[in-house]
Design a protein around this ligand. Structure first.
Ligand code: AMP
Length: 308
């Protein structure tokens, strides 16, 4: 099974209580790909500038991620600068430079066409939609977005939401997008926009899955909450959400059949991958991770929540 993902491949400058790092490899598609690569084949669509070289390419190659859909062009790669000095659960954005993404027209490589799963990672909704339109027959489509697009690019985002099965966003984004302070009501409003499954991420407090199969605008039939692992030190939360999405969607893509139980386990694999992402700056921890460590942490989550 293979997931095609479109999203930012970027350089990030990050400041957290644990320190500061300049221009580390990041981007929503990068974190997602590395996390999902432990579960299934991953193929990336993105654009990078001349500052992206063999060293960065090797990070993807080492995890067997297909980079044939990463276009190399003149200019600088996407750049994001953020800090978490006041709140580790929410990044404060200081600078966003789209750079080569500003003129990007994503093309689906022929070798990606048989992907059964599509993930629209955080990027301009116009680009997300162009990729979605090139893959009309995929089995399952999930996506992510952020306040920047919710506030300033809402009409384009609403078009994307119509084509999603699953949306993963954080609780503030859910409340803003659903225009309601109450999370359940906001979730209902968001699900009425398209996705039948909504995963709301609560940072260090875990994540909630709302699942809908009946008429839109009514309450979700199934609600499930997975915790986050209580960590002694959160070094850098950047990419935790994308890594959660990679674990969640990667696990779903690895399953022959999707049952309510698969979605519950996917929530735990999401939390597992999100917890690893926080342990070191940038993608460092994901780059060194092994499948055995993932299985061990998944079991830790079981113990954390098991009643009898
Ligand atoms: P997360 O912490 O999981 O929400 O995602 C962090 C990643 O999102 C960073 O690596 C950034 O490069 C990337 N990012 C930040 N702002 C944007 C944006 N406006 N569009 C796309 N990616 C972004």
């Amino acid at each position: 099974m293979a997931i095609t993902v479109v999203g930012s491949v970027a350089y990030d400058s990050i400041e957290t209580p644990a320190g500061r790092r300049e221009r580390c490899l990041g981007g929503a598609a990068t974190y997602f790909s590395l996390a999902a690569s432990f579960f299934c084949d991953v193929r990336v669509i993105a654009v990078v500038g001349e500052d992206f070289g063999p060293e960065q390419e090797a990070v993807f190659k080492k995890r067997n991620v297909d980079t044939r859909g990463i276009e190399h062009t003149a200019g600088k790669s996407f750049f994001w600068e953020g800090s978490y000095l006041e709140n580790l659960n929410e990044a404060k954005t200081h600078n966003t430079e789209l750079n080569v993404f500003a003129a990007f027209n994503p093309q689906l490589p022929d070798v990606y066409r048989d992907s059964e799963f599509l993930f629209l990672a955080n990027i301009d909704p116009v680009l997300q939609r162009r990729v979605r339109e090139q893959m009309p027959d995929v089995k399952l489509v999930a996506g992510d977005t952020m306040n920047y697009w919710i506030n300033d690019h809402r009409p384009a985002l609403l078009e994307v939401l119509k084509g999603l099965d699953i949306l993963l966003i954080n609780d503030t984004e859910t409340r803003v997008l659903g225009a309601n302070k109450n999370l359940v009501k906001a979730a209902q409003a968001v699900m009425a926009m398209g996705p039948r499954i909504l995963v709301v991420k609560h940072g260090e407090y875990g994540a909630t899955l709302f699942h809908h199969s009946g008429p839109k605008g009514k309450s979700a039939e199934h609600t499930f909450r997975a915790p986050a692992l209580p960590l002694e030190e959160v070094v850098d939360p950047t990419g935790a959400g994308d890594s959660f999405a990679g674990g969640f969607f990667g696990y779903l893509a690895s399953q022959k059949e999707l049952t309510p139980g698969s979605f519950r386990r996917a929530m735990f694999y999401g939390s597992t991958m999100g917890s690893f992402a926080c342990e070191q700056f940038g993608t460092e921890r994901l780059q060194q991770l092994s499948r055995a460590e993932i299985d061990e942490r998944f079991n830790l989550f079981r113990e954390l929540t098991h009643l009898d």
